[in-house]
Design a binder for this molecule. Structure first.
Ligand code: NAX
Length: 330
């Protein structure tokens, strides 16, 4: 056996029998995150409810039927303490949906409980280098809760998914300019994964040289791009009758792949160290670069006054969410 064939990574996915879970597991096993040389121990987790565990078992049967050469071992779990054992890469997708008449604050508290337990379980059971991506909403604050509930792990192990917003903005720009998405770079989305998120193209480039803000009109960015990205999730629910699933799974794949393999520039929701005046520990969208181990927030970018005002509003929303869950963390 060659060295590469011996390489196995441990990956956990929560909410694995849900819509996004069903969209992501087959792509992970196809090598879309870790490449075609790395085998995978996949640890799938969903809640301990008979119907849900039955569905999870069904997903497991389908995985077996794909005969993926990269699958090294598959295990199904109803408990995060067993599901997170030695995990190195973790997709926290499972969360409760917002029910009828439920306030955002109630959703925060209900899901907060889930992410507190998951943070504690990661603290106890996961690899010390576990890379964690929170997708379940409200993703940024859930990532904050998991991070705070895992005091023995570095805070930089935790991230929230802003990549769907980033990809949505990238696609709109590519469409407007009639250029392939691969030719555009250096855009980012600041703040919360919510309608307050802030698309920023002020450092954006076409073919790594032409400035995007010389190619598209500022009025279009403010009156079309920003609101279109902000409302895209609602538009998909309106059309499909269901929330984004395949595109969310694809964004989660992109996020983890770039974190693992490296990228010159993308957006990740990561804890602030006071960067750009955003208070410490707020998990905000930032422009980041990744080597093949860690991410770093890209520093010293100039932020214009309008973007700064919008970032302040989104960060105020995040602060408010944090305040609502402080009791839970005691
Ligand atoms: P589904 O309702 O289809 O699936 C959720 C799954 O999570 C279910 O199987 C449920 O049993 C499971 N679950 C609930 N509590 C759990 C727990 N404590 N441990 C393990 N599993 C648990 O939702 P789906 O469409 O897959 O969406 C999942 C989450 O992603 C939602 O919170 C959704 O709002 C969020 N999204 C986040 C996005 C982002 O960009 N950050 C975009 C897409 C999506 O809206």
């Amino acid at each position: 056996m060659s060295k590469l064939e011996k390489k196995v990574v441990k990956v956990a996915v929560t909410g694995a029998s849900g819509h996004i879970g069903y969209g992501i597991v087959f792509r992970i096993l196809n090598g879309d995150v870790f490449g075609k040389e790395t085998k995978i121990d996949l640890q799938l987790i969903d809640i301990n409810v008979e119907k849900v565990q039955k569905a999870l078992h069904g997903v497991g049967l389908e995985i077996e039927d794909c005969a993926f050469p990269l699958l090294h071992n598959l295990s199904l779990h109803s408990d995060v303490y067993s599901g997170f054992r030695d995990v190195e890469y973790c997709f926290l997708i499972g969360a409760k949906p917002r029910g009828p008449g439920m306030e955002r604050k109630d959703l925060l508290l209900e899901n907060g409980q889930i992410f507190k337990i998951q943070g504690s379980a990661l603290n106890e059971k996961a690899s010390r280098t576990v890379k964690t991506l929170v997708v379940g909403n409200p993703a940024n604050t859930n990532a904050y809760i998991a991070m705070m509930a895992a005091p023995d792990l570095p805070k930089t192990n935790f991230s929230a998914m802003m990549r769907l917003d980033h990809n949505r903005a990238l696609n709109q720009l590519a469409y407007k300019l009639n250029k392939n998405v691969s030719r555009l770079s250096n855009i980012c989305v600041w703040g919360n994964h919510s309608p307050t998120m802030v698309v920023d193209i002020s450092n954006g480039l076409l073919d790594e040289e032409e400035k995007l803000n010389h190619l598209v009109d500022d009025g279009w960015v403010k009156s079309y791009l920003q609101p279109t990205v902000a409302k895209r999730g609602a538009e998909i629910i309106d059309q499909r009758g269901l929330s984004s699933a395949a595109s969310a799974a694809s964004a989660a794949i992109d996020h983890m792949r770039d974190w693992v393999k490296g990228t010159k520039w993308t957006t990740m929701g990561v804890p602030s160290l006071g960067d750009y005046g955003i208070p410490e520990n707020i998990i905000s969208g930032f422009p980041v670069t990744c080597d093949n181990t860690n991410y770093s927030i890209i520093e010293n970018l100039t932020i214009d006054r309008d973007i700064r005002t919008k970032i302040n509003l989104s960060v105020a929303e995040l602060k408010n969410e944090q305040e609502n869950v402080e009791e839970l963390l005691k």
